[in-house]
Design a protein around this ligand. Structure first.
Ligand SMILES: Nc1ncnc2c1ncn2[C@@H]1O[C@H](COP(=O)(O)OP(=O)(O)OP(=O)(O)O)[C@@H](O)[C@H]1O
Ligand SMILES: [Mg+2]
Length: 306
């Protein structure tokens, strides 16, 4: 279990993290979703033990992550937001350096390198200089460089920035495979689709504070409205109106009705009603609220705002 308790980190007058408390259980795929400057990288660097907070504690399995009596660092891997590779060296030389820094030697190092090149789908580029790699290839190498020592806990700080859909998918699948094998992952991103696809729990973070935390479904139920359903205003749907206004709000724009049920009204009741009136389900378009809508609701700004 990773536990943060009342963690505050300042840079001069900027409070990058503000009294953050958080528990992450073994095996989680935990998302940190927030705009530029929210405090995601700061949180990662504190958990990795690279910086120390002004206030609060961070422990992994009960041991502090920084300081003289700290947890065994070999349990942790950090994929940094900025690519940390030597461009003038080959891919193999890069991974050898990182592997040796992580304490690997001889056959163990060779096996770790072979696995890493397979996972990154870069076997045929082992002896190429990193400066000749595309951005996506560098991202993939940057990711496997953090995994050579097989950490139990992986911190991924925006590992898909600037990569094409193929590389992005390769990274997603690799991370999902690691997570299925029992590795706990903290994953930061600006992209709600990534958080939705990958994360078992998501935190929305801004101005150094956690604004919301839960599974995707937990978060979406915090929106002030439940699912929204739109349908055409026709004679066929007219008999619905009286019944729907009794259980929610109906607005009509440009020949189309928009129904927002009262909190707690189940979608199944709506479709039970339409069925009893002989109306086919295809007449109705249900729109799930999105994380973006929740973020706007909580902060008044878009996820990608600077
Ligand atoms: N080394 C530093 N010196 C001064 N201020 C810093 C430093 N690192 C971060 N900050 C400030 O702390 C705040 C949080 O920054 P952080 O890098 O954690 O955000 P982030 O969520 O990772 O953003 P991004 O999505 O842009 O990577 C910002 O206001 C930033 O300017
Ligand atoms: Mg960052």
């Amino acid at each position: 279990m990773l536990a943060l308790r009342h963690v505050t980190k300042r840079f001069g007058s900027i409070t990058a993290l503000d009294d953050v408390s958080l528990d992450i259980a073994p095996g989680e795929f935990f998302g940190l979703l927030g705009p530029n400057g929210a405090g995601k990288s700061t949180l990662m660097s504190l958990v990795a033990g690279l910086r120390t907070p002004e206030a609060g504690t961070i422990t992994l399995a009960g041991q502090p992550v920084a300081g003289s009596a700290s947890v065994d660092r070999r349990n942790l891997g950090l994929v940094p937001q900025t690519i940390a590779l030597f461009p003038e060296l080959t891919a193999e030389e890069n991974l050898s350096i990182f592997g040796e820094l992580q304490g690997l030697r001889g056959p163990a190092l060779k096996a770790a390198l072979d696995d890493a090149f397979t996972a990154a789908q870069l076997e045929d580029r082992r002896r190429s200089l990193v400066k000749t790699f595309s951005g996506g290839m560098q991202r993939r190498l940057n990711l496997v460089a953090a995994l050579l020592h097989r950490p139990k806990f992986l911190l991924c700080d925006e590992p898909t920035v600037g990569v094409d859909p193929q590389s992005r998918n390769a990274i997603f699948e690799h991370l999902q495979q690691l997570n299925r094998a029992g590795i706990t992952i903290i994953y930061s991103t600006h992209y709600m689709e990534e958080a939705e696809r990958l994360c078992s729990r998501i935190s929305i973070i801004d101005h150094g504070r956690i604004l919301a935390l839960g599974t995707l479904d937990d978060l979406l139920t915090r929106l002030p409205f439940e699912d929204e359903i739109t349908f055409a205003a026709t004679p066929a749907t007219a008999p619905l109106m009286a019944q729907l206004t009794a259980v929610g709000e109906v607005t009509t724009v440009d020949g189309s009705h928009r129904f927002r049920p009262r909190s707690g009204y189940p979608l199944s009741a709506f479709f039970g009603l339409t069925e009893s009136l002989g109306l086919p389900p295809r007449l109705f378009v249900s729109q799930r609220p999105t994380l973006e809508a929740l973020f706007l609701h909580l902060t008044g700004r878009k996820l990608r705002d600077a």
